[in-house]
Design a protein. Structure first.
Length: 283
């Protein structure tokens, strides 16, 4: 599989995908993406008018011929130009998939992979922070990688930042430091976080739209930001030479694969309980 982005033709042109006739071109943004720099607007996708339905701007695959990148704004309007060194645009991944996988899918929307997405409520946030500070959170061993640069550091190249995954009461979370585009941002849990605040974000299953004709999965939401499109400030269409391609294929595509160690641990615990029940003396 390979990760890429949508093209202008797929969203607006003669090759417009059928899915955009149904869902529109606006795209909702996750809290994790907001922490990385993209701005959430008081504009909502048609199917969700909660805080999880707030839209953001996002990159397309196309160059404009002058070194910039085409993208879609918060209203879902016709593409506009964004600087290729811009870090405040959302990322809406597209995954190309083999015929064998396409033939096994029956729905227009599926769940595949997992990734940090939305902040927890304030009560759970306090519990997680207390457990973290006291050293009582179990690390799963999995990490998620983004760019450590702040939203305004346009000239600095990609420098990996790792987020460790923790398990708490059977669910998985990361602790992220806000690098908001604006000083304050309202997140989906109703809390206004300031740049530099730490937030707890749950790792959850990703949702994708399926395009059978083109054999691709299209992310339902903007899942990340803070990544420059390319490192030299000019993009002329060679996507595989960009920082965006590197992030999507060297990190994102690999890291959305669920870590099964937590499930294995649960199975082992259940097996141990069963063995103790039928053989309490360990013979």
């Amino acid at each position: 599989m390979e990760a890429t982005l949508l093209t202008k033709e797929q969203v607006f042109g003669n090759k417009k995908l059928n899915i955009f006739e149904k869902i529109g071109t606006k795209c909702a943004i996750t809290d994790f993406a907001i922490t990385l720099g993209v701005k959430a607007f008081d504009i909502f996708v048609d199917y969700d008018n909660t805080l999880k339905g707030c839209t953001g701007t996002y990159f397309l695959l196309d160059a404009n011929g002058y070194g910039d990148v085409l993208g879609i704004d918060e209203n879902g309007d016709e593409p506009r130009y964004y600087a290729s060194c811009d870090r405040v645009r959302g990322i809406r991944p597209v995954i190309t998939i083999p015929n064998s996988i396409v033939s096994s899918i029956n729905n227009i929307e599926i769940e595949f992979g997992e990734y940090p997405q939305y902040t927890v409520d304030i009560i759970l946030e306090k519990q997680l922070e207390q457990a973290y500070l006291s050293g009582n959170l179990r690390k799963t061993g999995k990490i998620y990688t983004t760019d450590s640069r702040k939203w305004g550091e346009y000239t600095l190249s990609f420098q990996a930042s790792e987020y460790e995954e923790y398990e708490y009461n059977g669910k998985k979370y990361i602790r992220a430091c806000c690098k908001n585009h604006d000083k304050y941002e309202l997140f989906s849990n109703g809390v206004m976080y300031e740049e530099g605040d730490y937030v707890w974000i749950e790792v959850a299953t990703l949702k994708w739209y399926v395009d059978y004709d083109n054999k691709i999965l299209i992310s339902k939401n903007l899942i990340a930001s803070g990544i420059r499109f390319c490192d030299n400030g000019e993009y002329f269409g060679n996507f595989k030479k960009t920082e965006m391609y590197m992030f999507l294929n060297n990190y994102f595509l690999k890291e959305i694969v669920p870590d099964l160690s937590l499930n294995y641990q649960k199975l082992n615990e259940e097996e141990n309980k069963f063995q103790e029940k039928i053989n309490p003396y360990g013979f």
